[in-house]
Design a protein around this ligand. Structure first.
Ligand code: SAH
Ligand code: SF4
Ligand code: F3S
Length: 443
């Protein structure tokens, strides 16, 4: 009888990517994917702890999974990802039903761990963070049926922004070898992938050195990928402003496959808060970078992350954040209330901002951004944009895809295949998407 697994994935693309390789390992070992957790012999939860809310969500899901296993004591239950990495053995103590805890660098051990759990009825903790990341290569038919996907080019983060748990749970930065990345990219293209997003917590600090050779930098890797036949679009996320080199900015002007979009978190518009956050750039430096990007690629779309209510943030600091938003006019912004994370420097700072003030600031900021996003989308009405067709949209008869600037377009078209690149005229802009008609249908 085949065994069935179910995996719930929370958090960022890093976790999506690690769940994906987990699925590969399990399938290779003969497991099949269950339709839901209630049909699974193995239940996995891949967790995030970037903010308190994410952590609570993971624990409440664990609670529900434990309930599901009440009448099925043979089901194996595993907790993996960033909470698993941080809490380790403590989780086994806290939750007697958990069979294993698997950290962020030990995913390769899943089959060995499962065998030990099944045979010896052992409970296992695997949270070594010093392990070198293993090969990123996926099996031959892994990408079949998809038109876009992620490619992890580096692991970990060395930046230690004072509020952030990521370096503590993902370990030090390690870049994968360019030849492995190129091999994986070729494999992806061969199976039909047209759009690759290079992935890393701090992707533009990518640097690979071998045998004392000159290091291969991120912009050089982009150039190599740009010459790959069959690949149509290259994206990358997430970049840190301090590592946005002139060479990388110039790539937006010279590499035809590099999409006109960058996600460049600014976090705050106030220099004193940026300093306390350990971000290593100033407000003016950030503004200058955006100007340089727009010089090289005037149509580039800029998205960003921002935190409100970092310890010590005054009304004046917050006003500077709003002012930066007005100056730059981001295409989209992901905004968060500051959340204390145990073990980070900011968690021990005094002068915490109250919840009510954070809520107010977040509302003001999000309303302002909604207006800006809508205004920027509105500019596209009447324009013709290139769209990569990703599938049928939920509404009948319509297709969905993305522009090079990463905006979602729902459109009608007569003859089209998923994976095609087509020209679409934008008829109407909304807050979160655009509606259009393929130019070949527009009579
Ligand atoms: N490596 C990426 C993503 C980090 S997590 C980067 O450097 O941008 C994604 C976002 O979560 C961050 O950009 C930040 O805005 C937010 N974030 C991280 N820690 C946080 C915390 N303790 N409280 C609130 N937001 C946080
Ligand atoms: Fe966290 Fe900063 Fe690293 Fe991003 S760059 S993951 S915010 S420490
Ligand atoms: Fe969350 Fe870990 Fe990603 S904390 S945001 S899943 S790196």
């Amino acid at each position: 009888m085949p065994k069935y697994f179910h995996i719930s994935t929370m958090g960022c693309q890093m976790n999506e990517s690690s769940s994906d390789s987990m699925i590969t390992h399990l399938k290779e070992a003969g497991y099949r994917q269950a339709t839901g957790p209630e049909n699974a012999d193995l239940m996995l939860i891949n967790t995030c702890t970037v903010r308190a809310k994410a952590q609570q969500k993971a624990y409440s899901l664990l609670g529900r999974m434990i309930k599901l296993t009440k009448k099925r004591p043979d089901v194996i239950l595993g907790f993996m990802g960033c909470i698993a990495q941080q809490e380790g053995a403590g989780l086994l103590k806290k939750f007697s039903r958990l069979d294993f805890v698997l950290g962020t660098r030990e995913g390769e051990r899943i089959i060995e761990i499962l065998e030990r759990v099944e045979n010896g009825k052992e409970r296992i903790v695997a949270t070594d963070l010093s392990i070198k990341p293993v090969s990123i290569l996926s099996p031959r038919d892994h990408f079949k049926g998809r038109v876009k996907d992620f490619l992890s080019i580096m692991e970990g983060c060395d930046n230690f922004c004072s509020y952030c748990i990521v370096p503590h749970v993902r370990g030090r930065e390690v870049s994968h070898p360019p030849r492995e990345i190129l091999k994986q990219a070729r494999n992806m293209v061969f199976q039909g992938i047209k759009d690759i997003t290079l992935l890393g917590q701090n992707v533009n600090s990518y640097s690979f050195t071998e045998n004392g050779d000159q290091p291969v930098q991120f912009f050089e890797l982009l150039k190599m990928l740009n010459s790959l036949d069959g690949l149509k679009r290259i994206r990358f996320t997430t970049s840190h402003p301090k590592d946005l080199s002139v060479e990388l900015i110039n790539c937006f002007g010279s590499l035809d496959k590099l999409c006109a979009h960058i996600h460049l978190p600014f976090q705050s518009g106030s220099n004193s808060i940026l300093k306390a956050m350990n971000r290593k750039y100033t407000r003016n430096k950030y503004i200058k970078l955006i100007e340089n990007l727009r010089e090289v690629r005037p149509d580039i779309s800029i998205t960003s992350d921002v935190i409100v209510g970092f310890p010590g943030e005054t009304q004046k600091d917050f006003d500077l954040t709003l002012d930066l938003m007005d100056k730059i006019e981001f295409d989209n912004l992901f905004s968060f209330k500051y959340s204390d994370r145990r073990g980070t420097i900011a968690a021990d700072m005094s002068d915490k901002v109250g919840e009510a003030v954070m809520t107010d600031r977040l509302n003001i900021l999000q309303n302002r951004q909604r207006e800006i996003t809508f205004k920027k989308n509105k500019v596209l009405e009447g324009r013709i944009v290139e769209v990569l067709v990703e599938g049928k949209s939920k509404k009948g008869g319509q297709f969905t895809g993305r522009t090079k600037t990463n905006k979602v377009v729902n459109f009608t078209c007569n003859k089209i295949e998923v994976g095609d690149l087509i020209q679409v005229e934008i008829k109407q802009a909304f807050f979160n998407s655009l509606r259009g008609v393929a130019t070949s249908d527009d009579s």
